[in-house]
Each structure stands twice: as C-alpha cells, then as structure tokens.
Design a protein around this ligand. Sequence first.
Ligand SMILES: CC(C)(COP(=O)(O)OP(=O)(O)OC[C@H]1O[C@@H](n2cnc3c(N)ncnc32)[C@H](O)[C@@H]1OP(=O)(O)O)[C@@H](O)C(=O)NCCC(=O)NCCS
Length: 242
Amino acid sequence: MILEPPEKVSQQQITLDVREIEPLLQAPSMDIKPWPGALINLKDGRRMYIREARLDEAPAMMQYMKRVMETDHDFYDIVGARVYAELMGWYRKRLKDPYVLVGLIDGVWAGFANGRLLNEDINISLHTMALLRGGRIGAIMYYTKAYYAFEILGNKEWWATYESYNGWHRWGVGMAQPSYPWPEYQHELGGARVYYVTKKYWDKVVKNYARQMVGSELIFDNIPAEIVEINEEMRVPEEVVV
Ligand SMILES: CC(C)(COP(=O)(O)OP(=O)(O)OC[C@H]1O[C@@H](n2cnc3c(N)ncnc32)[C@H](O)[C@@H]1OP(=O)(O)O)[C@@H](O)C(=O)NCCC(=O)NCCS
C-alpha cells in the first residue's frame, strides 16, 4: 500500500536487510530440552533406537516422503503430504518449537513422530508414521513423543487428532483419549477434533501403553555404544514398503 507522507522526509526509500525481516517471521525458540535417545525391543526381537532427527537429515527425509505420499491406502497419502510440509516448516524455520523423532533399525529409518509446543503447557502432536508395517513401530513412536512431552518437557496436556483409521484405532481408542467439544475446539490439522491426554491421565493410565502394546519399555540407560553408533547416520529405506 502507498500513502503520501504527511511530512518532508530526508530519505525517500528505506532499505531493509532481510536479516531484519527474519526475526519477525521466525518464532523465537523456547529452547526445549532435547530428547535423550532411547532403545526399545520390538516384539520380533529387533531393536529400534529412537533419536532426534538432525536438520541436515531433512532433505533426504523429504525426498522419501514424496514417494510415501504417492501411496493411496491407509491415508499414507495425506499424512505423507502433511509430514512433507512439516519437515519443510522445520527445515525452513517456519514452525514454532518443533521436535522430530525418528525410529531406526540398524541405521534404517523405520518410524517417524513429530509435534510442536504451543506453549509450556500444551504439546501439539502432529504426525506419526510407520515405514515398516507389523512391528507396532507407529504405536511406539507415538508413545515416545507423549513420553517426551510429559516426562521430559513437563507439559501438562497433549493435543492430538486423527486422519486415519489406524491412527484413531491405535491411539484414540488404544489410549482411550477423550475429545474436547467440537467445533469449539479445533486441532490445527484441518480443524478436526482435539483428542487430549492430561498429565494426570498419563500418570494413571497411558504410561502403561508401551508395555501393553509391545511388551517392553523405552530404555534410556546403558544403551550399547554399537547401537548408538550404527544409528548415527540414518539411511532412508530403498523402497516404500507400506
Ligand atoms: C497409524 C500407524 C502409524 C500405526 O503404525 P503401527 O502401530 O506400526 O501399526 P501398523 O500400521 O503396522 O499395523 C496396524 C495394524 O494393521 C495390520 N496391518 C496392516 N498392514 C500390515 C502389514 N503389511 N503387516 C502387518 N500388519 C499389517 C495389522 O493387523 C496391525 O495391527 P496389529 O499390530 O494389532 O496386528 C501406521 O498405520 C501408519 O503409518 N499409517 C499411515 C500414516 C498414519 O495414518 N498416521 C497416523 C495419522 S492419524
């Protein structure tokens, strides 16, 4: 928009350095505690290591997600497209306080879970994905990010929603999550219902979820050095096998 100035000005033009614009577009970080890395034993004996994804891994993850979003069953298409956008938002610093967790088996990317912090109290779950089916990898990844929210970040509420039947079944039903009145409350993923878990409900019920679903728990201590080492570099799977 242009308006004539109501006063004589000595400079008709003011030039901005884009670095002056960036702080207005990029949300300042809350500097959240990092996810420490954890190991879990799958039902079939394989061991999955769950660590934070590194920003330099985002391009390869996005390339792979482009292929996943071509899969038109079980809602992998919409979830893949949205995960692509969230990875880009993280990579280009256009998401407020995002976190991205990856599950790796012998260095190969097998599971994905991300979210972001609305504020100190509310953790917004974005997406969870199993890139290998049948190992309850998605169940573990979702549990892991809820664990991160309540046990490490000290959040008070978890807000989720579901695009797929598998997701709704795994966690909406699997964790018996109540939902807030709709449409008064809407999740940022398309305005769908907000399903939630409070800290009290987590402590009382949901904390047992992994033990019930996969018969094991997240292991944080004494993780063998070779496990950490083999999962240091993430390889995306060669094929989309979901
Ligand atoms: C939702 C999701 C993360 C759950 O992952 P998961 O817990 O690892 O579970 P899977 O999807 O592998 O399997 C779910 C069920 O489907 C069945 N199934 C479907 N395809 C299967 C396959 N190829 N091999 C084995 N089981 C399969 C199994 O019965 C399994 O149930 P069970 O473990 O109780 O036997 C995963 O289905 C997924 O990534 N879906 C697409 C993205 C998505 O919907 N994300 C959630 C958004 S709300």
